[in-house]
Design a protein around this ligand. Sequence first.
Ligand code: SF4
Ligand code: SF4
Length: 620
Amino acid sequence: MRMVLSALDTYAATLFIVVSLTIFGRKLYLRIRYLFLAKGQERRWDHVPTRLKNFIVYGIFQRKVAREWYAGVLHSFIFWAFVILGASVVEITAQAYASGWQVPTPSIAGFSLNGPLYLAEEVIAVLGAVGVGMALYRRYVIRPKKLMHEGMLDATIVLLFILGIVTSLLLYNAADIALGSAALPAWKPISSTLVRLSIIPADPSWWHLFWWTHVVLLFSFLAYVPHSKHMHIIFAIVNTFFMDLTPSGAIKKADLEKTETFGVSRVEQLSWRQLLDGYACTECGRCTDACPANATGKPLNPMRIITNMRDTLDAQGAAILAGKVEGLPDMFETVHSKEGIWACTTCYACVYECPVMNEHVPKIIEMRRHMVLTQGEMPPETRDAMRNIEQNFNPWGIGWDQRARWAEGLGIPMMAEATSAQGIEVLYWVGCAASFDDRNRKVAQAFARILQKAGVRFAILGPEEKCTGDPPRRLGNEYLAQTMIMGNVETLNRYGVTRIVATEVLQFLTYHDACYLGRYNDVYEEPRDVLYRIPGVRVVEMEKSRDRGFCCGAGGARMWMEERGEKVNHRRLSHIEETHANAVATACPYCLIMLDDAAKTKNREDIRRYDIAELLDRSL
Ligand code: SF4
Ligand code: SF4
C-alpha cells in the first residue's frame, strides 16, 4: 500500500517550510550583509588549488578536530550524518508533493544506486545518534572545563535536534516498511529490524506522525541554526578555504601613510575574513584551553575575542549599516579588556589549536596598534624598552656600539671590514639578546665556535645590526618596527647579503619548544635530532611539547611588561620539574632568559639551562 499525504498536509507543510526558510534566509542574509561592512582589506582569493586542498583536509576531513580523538570521532559521525542525510531530507520532504518520489541516482549496469544510498543513510543515522550520545556524555559527564560556558544550552538544543532528526528518520522508514510502502526495504536493515521486533506497528497514523516529526524537526533546526553558534555548520567550512596562507604568524604590515586611525577599535574596521571567524567559531574552547596567559590566571580569553566580536557585530550591525556608529561602545568594551589584550604572548597556540582556522593573534595585534598608535597607550614598563630600541637599537638599552663585544678575541670579521679575500659566504645575524644579555652572549660565542669548526666563512654586522623590529611590532608599535626593519634592510642590501644564519636555525634532557620556532616555523625535529646525537644525553619530553608546547612567557613583547599573578615561565618550569630532568635545552634566547629567571626565582638552579648551541659546542 502506497502512503499518500492529504492536501491539508501538503498545505500545512508548505506553510511551515516557507516560514522556516524565510527565518533561516533572513538571518543568513543579515549575517552575510554584516560581513560586507568590513573596511579592512584582505586578499584571500589567491592560490586556489592550495585553498581547495585545505578546504578538503581541514574543512571536509576536519583534520584539526581529530587532534582530540574523542571529539574527532563524535564530530565526524555528526558531520557525515549531515552530509549523507541531505539526500533523505529531500526525499522525505518531497513526499508532501509527489508520493513515492525517490532521489534520482545514476544506475550502473542496470543497478540503481538508491539501495546503497539508503543503506548509507541508515548506518550514518545510527552513527549520528552515537555521536550525539558521545557529545552529551562529554558535556554532562566528563565536563571538560573548556566546554563549561554559557553556550551549553545552545549546544544541548542543537544536539537534541540532531538526535530527533536521525531518530525520526529511522522511525519513519520503519513505519513505511511496516505498511509495505517503502522503496527497497532490503537496503534499510536497521528500520526493518525495528519492524521485525514489532517496535513499529503497521499503522498509517504512526507513519503520519513520524513524517511530520521528521519534517518539523528538520525545518525548525534550519530556522534555528543561523541564530545559534551552530551557524558554524555553514561558515566553518568556508573559513578553511579562506585560511591564511602567509608564513605562520606573519604580522601584516600597517600602512602608516594613513592619516586617520591605526589598528582597530571597532568591529567594522576589521577585514571580512576576521569577521568571518566569529561565525565559524564552534565555541569548542580549545584556544582558551591552550592559552598560557589564561592558564596562569591572566584576564585573557582568546575564545571570547572571537565570540564577543561576533556578538558585537550582531548587536551593532544594524546601527553600522545605518551609519549611526557614534556613541557605540568600542571593542575594548565589548570584545576584550585592554588588560587581557596586553597579556598575550603571541605564542600562537590559540590559532594553532583552532579547528576552524580562526585567527586570534592578528586581532590582538590590531587592537594593540590602536592603543599604541592612535591612543598613545602602552604598559608603562614597556616605554623604557621602546625608548632603548629607538636610541640604541636594542631593548636592553646598552650602547649600540657595544653590540659586538661578545665577539672580542674570537677572530670574527665584521661585514664593514671583511675583505674579498676572506670570501664571506654567510652573515651571522646575532640578534639583540645574544649581543647584550650576558647569559646569551655565551650562546653566541658557542654558536660562532661551531661555525668556525665547521669551516663556514661568516661575518657579523656588529654595531650596524639593529633590533629586527619584532618586539615593537608585536607590541603594536608599528612605526618603530618599520623604522628598524627599513634600517636593517638597507644595511643588508648594501652588503649584498643573500645568506643569513641565526642562532636559532641550528638543528638542536628535556627540550623546550620555542613558540616562534615551533608553531610559527614548524621546526620541532631538527633540534631534537641534535640532542639525540650528543653523547651522554637522554631526552625526556614534557607533556606539553612540540606543537602543543607551552610558551615561556616572553613573546609578544611580554618580556618587557610586568606580569601579575602566576608567571607563565614559572608554570613552564613546573612542566620541566614533572619530567625530573636535570637540564633543559632550548633554541631561543628569550626562552633561555625566561627559563633562567624561573629557575633562579623558584630556587631550582639545579636544573641547568642551555641553549642547544652550547651543548653542541661542548660535545664538539
Ligand atoms: S597567542 Fe598565546 S597568549 Fe595570545 S591569546 Fe593566543 S594562546 Fe593566548
Ligand atoms: S576560536 Fe576556534 S578554538 Fe576557539 S572556541 Fe572558536 S572554534 Fe574553538
